[in-house]
Design a protein around this ligand. Structure first.
Ligand code: ZN
Length: 118
């Protein structure tokens, strides 16, 4: 297991995630992720392995469709930082582009068929 630090662009939302070493990413083809274009962590992590440090009222929440997944973003800079998955309540994926010193463009990725999930 490895610990990664990350955050939004302006720094109002920071997080620490503990997971298997990140060697690849995950991209999703759902209507929201297509628009965000973010590369996500491949394995969902339990809530206990994601420590969130956000300024008061900094974290925005967006939900759509069945409203099971919880998509968080920084209200100040607008960056998507992490979300609670639709299929596994209490499990999160993070935006790999938010992780300090991780070159997301060097990573291969798998495609998640979120388009047909909901
Ligand atoms: Zn921000």
């Amino acid at each position: 297991m490895k610990t990664y630090q990350g955050g939004c662009h302006c720094g109002a939302v920071r997080f620490t995630v503990t997971c298997e070493p990140i060697e690849k990413g995950l991209r999703c083809n759902c209507s929201l992720c297509t628009r965000k274009g973010a590369m996500m962590s491949p394995e969902p992590v339990p809530e206990a392995d994601l420590q969130i440090e956000a300024d008061e009222d900094a974290l925005g929440l967006y939900q759509f469709g069945t409203k099971t997944a919880r998509h968080f973003f920084c209200k100040s800079c607008g960056v998507y930082t992490f979300h609670e998955t639709a299929r596994w309540a209490g499990y999160y994926r993070v935006n790999l582009g938010c992780i300090d010193d991780l070159d997301v463009f060097a990573l291969d990725y798998e495609l998640f068929d979120g388009k047909h999930l909901l």
